[in-house]
Design a binder for this molecule. Structure first.
Ligand SMILES: [Zn+2]
Ligand SMILES: [Zn+2]
Length: 157
């Protein structure tokens, strides 16, 4: 046994009724939303960028670094039962080779998961003039310039 566990879990993050997912900037820690998947046929024609730019502070970060704390929790909760299962399979296999010892699989170790995450319909939709096919939602009390999610150019609304 090599002790390595690979878990692939796809977590369905909740979208609001316009199809937007809440995101949190790893630089300024403020929240906005981006559209889940291509927002239009034009968006589908463009390859998704390797990094996105925060609409609020303009800093770039990799695509997978925008999860909110709630989404990280959800991902961990979703992965945990699968992880426990794999660990127990290994333990059983180990004990099977030991004379006079048995391993009894525990039950109910993973508590039932809490209520699913939901997404409220807050924030306002804005689209940058340069990449208008990638709209974002920003807090409606935001003032000052915004930055294009795709290229980071500043724009005013
Ligand atoms: Zn930011
Ligand atoms: Zn742009």
């Amino acid at each position: 046994m090599d002790g390595e566990y690979e878990i692939e879990v796809s977590v369905p993050f909740p979208r609001d009724s316009d199809g937007f997912i809440r995101r949190e900037c790893p630089h300024c820690m403020r929240q906005f939303k981006w559209h889940d998947g291509p927002a239009s046929e034009e968006a589908e024609r463009h390859a998704p960028p390797a990094t996105y730019n925060c609409p609020l502070c303009g800093q770039p970060a990799a695509v997978d670094s925008w999860s909110t704390a709630e989404q990280v929790d959800l991902a961990q909760q979703t992965a945990m039962p699968q992880f426990m299962e794999m660990v127990q399979d290994d333990l059983e296999a180990m004990f099977r080779g030991v004379k006079g010892m048995t391993y009894t699989r525990g039950v109910d170790e993973v508590p039932d998961q809490s209520e699913p995450l939901t997404e409220s319909d807050d924030m306002v939709i804005v689209a940058s003039p340069c990449h208008s096919f990638e709209p974002v939602k920003v807090p409606d009390d935001h003032t000052g310039p915004l930055y294009c999610l795709v290229c980071g150019s500043a724009f005013a609304v």
